[in-house]
Design a protein around this ligand. Structure first.
Ligand code: UDP
Length: 248
């Protein structure tokens, strides 16, 4: 399963981590489902820098079937190597997959976020997509015993789409381990459940257009500042690793 790669995308390496540059990520995700499923990772700079120190996260990224660029820093690094790179926000791909799931009768499992957010999320999604089949809805604050039981139940119910909001790196690592032997699409969605439930707001459109969604999140959640420090280190490493730099 780990070798299934999107055929219509160019796979590029940034600091040793794969990223797929695709014309249509939704098409590739649906194709992945048709080909027997796999994991989608939405990669940003913080994840790359963390994966350099975290072997489990590194394995999850390297073994993912589709890795999409979800951040201005990653798009910048890619655009040094190839043209026509666009940011593919995970929250938008996940919503498009839910719409597809409703239209095609896919079974959907939702994992993560607080119990309150999960309840509100289910209500909101079913109001927006009344035919959506939510086969499991598991909040993200379970004890260890419950996780084991729920992972078994999840495998047994074999959903077509599993959206996982446990935060990075847990959601990528957990999905990588839990999905083994399953046939659906597994995708980490970070704070998407908080946004869809109405608990948090996404950045305004003008900020999305200027590619400064990260700044909005930093203002709203100042505790994220430490994570942002990875950006200058990333830029420096990308410059250092570029062929031009090595020739000098
Ligand atoms: N979360 C969870 N269980 C945990 C820790 C976090 O379900 O043990 C959820 C949290 O409630 C939130 C999401 O994971 O809905 C993390 O969102 P965040 O925006 O922090 O994602 P990140 O930027 O880390 O990917």
């Amino acid at each position: 399963m780990a070798n299934k790669r999107p055929k219509n995308c160019i796979r590029i390496s940034i600091l040793g981590f794969p990223i797929d540059v695709c014309k249509d990520v939704l098409f590739e995700a649906i194709k992945l489902h048709a080909d027997g499923g796999g994991q989608i990772v939405t990669l940003n700079v913080e994840m790359i820098m963390e994966a350099k120190e975290n072997n489990e996260l590194s394995d999850a990224i390297r073994n993912a079937n589709l890795v999409i660029p979800d951040g201005a820093g990653v798009v910048w690094a890619l655009s040094r190597q190839t043209r026509n790179v666009f940011k593919s926000p995970g929250i938008e791909l996940a919503k498009a997959l839910l719409i597809h799931a409703e239209c095609h009768g896919w079974q959907v499992a939702l994992v993560g976020s607080t119990p309150h957010v999960m309840n509100q999320l289910k209500n909101n999604l079913l109001q927006e997509m009344p035919k959506l089949k939510i086969s499991m809805a598991i909040h993200g604050y379970q004890n260890n015993d419950s996780w084991q039981r729920l992972e078994k139940a999840l495998k047994k119910s074999s959903p077509d789409l599993v959206l996982v909001a446990l935060g990075t790196p847990n959601q990528e690592i957990w999905s990588w381990k839990a999905r083994s032997g399953t046939s659906g699409i597994w995708m980490g969605v970070g704070g998407s459940f908080d946004v869809w439930s109405g608990a948090k707001k996404r950045a305004p459109n003008w900020m999305l257009k200027l590619h400064v969604e990260w700044l909005y999140r930093l203002i709203k959640e100042p505790k994220r500042w430490r994570r942002m420090l990875s950006l200058p280190a990333f830029v420096l490493e990308v410059f250092r690793s570029s062929p031009n730099h090595q020739e000098r």
